[in-house]
Design a binder for this molecule. Structure first.
Ligand code: TEU
Length: 582
């Protein structure tokens, strides 16, 4: 018997919008907020419950909006505050909530705080950021030639940390002769959460957005906000970037986030999802568990690292469906009793899921549907990244000139300079990995520029818009789009999809992923069986003995299937079945 601990954000399906690439309304080639408003009925038809909007704040656009110069203003290219309010209302009128991206590990270097901070060592906002004197190279193992300092400055940075975008995490600023910290681009300085007035300013900014009627926050790299005392050099040579063993889940992170929760979120019905690279289950519970910081759920990335070697993101190894099953099961089991998972296989930072985990060559439609079945029947909140519901694929990039993403450009340059990448494999890796795969324009129809814009799109449109686009998908009852609708409907009809326990079956099978979801309440026991054939070949499914022969019918499948019991069968390539167990 279970008391269901209900929450709207557990029951919701979230749709992620990357505004730059969703819909352009004014022909400048870049998506905008009025463009999103044109498409709110599309979202309502799909049946999603919540939109997560990637950053739309004022920004010079070094990292497509993750470099914010004013938290309380909308970027000109995206529209005005009045447009944003109209979007909020259009969504709310259709029963769709809205969560905003919260980027508070860093700002843009054009933010007024940083402009003031860098003006003098005793400026009012100096301590909103991390400033340190450089070190004498003689006293370190660092080579001064690796750093960009003016002639006459013979210094190396305060420590050896590296930026996620490649190169050092420190930049020398000749106005005051000190270095500032940036875990991402040098134009994205890290905020110093140790400064109480900074925290106060950030909390007020969050309240301001809640007062504007938003329903929660997606918290960007939120487990990086606390840096350790003394800013020590990294010690772990296998760390994802040098120093991450020191600044990920730093010493005061829970203190800050509890304060944020008590001060801003407590008593509101808003949701928070924390983006957290490098997280163990025990650590996750400190954020989302019963005695945690009150965060609703976490985005974790173990399953996004399976196809990398120890060399990190700019490497590639083949990973197997079984590894994916084991990794995601580890999180399903780990947060079974406390905490809550978010379910995703792609987002604006990752390649397209069907290209990465499915078979785009032979079984694009079938494998896209199988991946959808997985995400919508595991325990947790499913996220749909724009275009995923169409089975959009990676883009056939041919040269680095086509790449816009600062992360790809800088990391590739750094890897080439250090000799880690030879020219022959650069483009293979870029095509496979670049974040720009996710950022090509949404494919609305088969017209020029896929109906995304009347102007020149800021990123090229995938030529497969001819047969992968929203208009065709909506006309075809057998499309991936309609299949997503079915899964979303199933979630809203059956509590077991949201709240049921997950139990993995046939654990050792190489290509079948089989699990039950079971919900016991006072008056009933509801069970589903999910069977997924992660292979481009037919595969025999022998049900576990306790389920064999059980009366059942198939609720959702990507092939035509009618059964009245769970029986041994040969599954088609990428076949997915959700059985209703009677
Ligand atoms: O991403 C954080 C992050 O660490 C990665 O997912 C990132 O894309 C990659 O590791 C870079 O090396 C978040 C945002 O989602 C991303 O778009 C931003 O670029 C980044 O933070 C900085 O704000």
């Amino acid at each position: 018997m279970t008391d269901i601990d209900r929450a709207w954000w557990k029951e919701a399906v979230v749709y992620q919008i990357y505004p730059r690439s969703f819909k352009d309304s004014d022909g400048d080639g870049m998506g905008d907020i009025p463009g999103i408003i044109e498409k709110v009925d599309y979202l309502a038809d799909l049946g999603v419950d919540c939109v997560w909007l990637n950053p739309v704040y004022e920004s010079p656009g070094v990292d497509n909006g993750y470099d914010i110069s004013d938290y309380r203003a909308i970027m000109d290219e995206f529209g005005t505050m009045a447009d944003w309010e109209a979007l909020r209302d259009a969504l709310h009128e259709r029963g769709i909530r809205l969560i905003m991206d919260l980027v508070v590990n860093h700002t843009s270097d054009e933010h007024a705080w940083f402009v003031d901070a860098r003006s003098a060592t005793d400026s009012e906002h100096r301590d909103y950021y991390w400033w340190r004197e450089g070190r004498d190279p003689e006293q370190t193992t660092l080579d001064p030639d690796d750093y960009d300092t003016p002639i006459g400055v013979d210094e190396v940075p305060p420590n050896d940390w590296e930026s996620f975008f490649g190169g050092p995490a420190w930049t020398y600023d000749d106005r005051t002769g000190e270095w500032y910290l940036h875990l991402f681009d040098e134009r994205m300085p890290d905020l110093n959460w140790e400064t109480p007035s900074l925290r106060e300013d950030l909390f007020e900014m969050m309240e301001w957005w809640l007062d504007h009627g938003i329903d929660g926050f997606r918290m960007d790299v939120i487990n990086l906000i606390s840096k350790p005392e003394g800013l020590p050099d990294g010690e772990d040579p296998t760390a994802i970037v040098n120093g991450s063993d020191k600044f990920v889940n730093g010493p005061r992170v829970h203190e800050y986030l509890s304060e944020l929760h008590d001060r801003v979120l407590a008593g509101t019905d808003s949701m928070t999802v924390g983006e957290m690279a490098e997280l163990s289950i025990d650590e996750a519970k400190h954020y989302v568990g019963d005695d945690g910081d009150g965060m609703s759920m976490v985005f974790t990335f173990d399953h996004m690292r399976l196809d990398m070697t120890d060399a990190g993101r700019w490497s590639h190894r083949e990973s197997s469906p079984r590894e994916l099953k084991e990794t995601m099961t580890h999180w399903q089991e780990g947060l079974a009793d406390e905490g809550w998972n978010s379910l995703f296989l792609n987002n604006h930072d990752e390649p397209r899921q069907v290209s990465r985990f499915g078979d785009v060559e032979q079984y694009r439609r079938e494998s896209a549907k199988l991946l959808a079945t997985l995400l919508h029947t595991l325990r947790g909140t499913p996220y749909i990244y724009q275009g995923e519901e169409l089975g959009m694929t990676n883009y056939p990039f041919e040269s680095l000139d086509e790449i816009r993403d600062v992360d790809t450009i800088k990391n590739v340059r750094a890897a080439q300079e250090s000799g880690r990448l030879d020219e022959s494999d650069v483009m293979d890796l870029v095509r496979y990995r670049t974040r720009d795969n996710a950022r090509t324009p949404m494919q609305w129809n088969d017209a020029e520029h896929a109906g995304f814009t009347d102007g020149d799109p800021w990123m090229p449109v995938n030529p497969n818009k001819e047969n992968i686009n929203a208009e065709d998908a909506r006309d075809d009852p057998n499309s991936i789009w309609h299949y997503y609708r079915e899964l979303i409907d199933l979630r809203s009809e059956r509590d077991v999809v949201v709240y049921g326990d997950y139990e993995l079956r046939l654990r050792d099978h190489e290509s079948l992923w089989v699990y039950t979801r079971t919900l016991e309440t006072d008056d009933e026991r509801d069970s589903l069986l999910v069977v997924l054939n992660f292979a481009s070949d037919e595969t025999t499914f022998d049900p576990p003995t306790d389920l064999a022969g059980r009366d059942a019918d198939v609720l959702v499948s990507n092939y035509d299937t009618a059964v009245d019991a769970v029986e041994a069968t040969t599954l088609h390539p990428w076949e997915a079945r959700v059985y209703d167990l009677h």
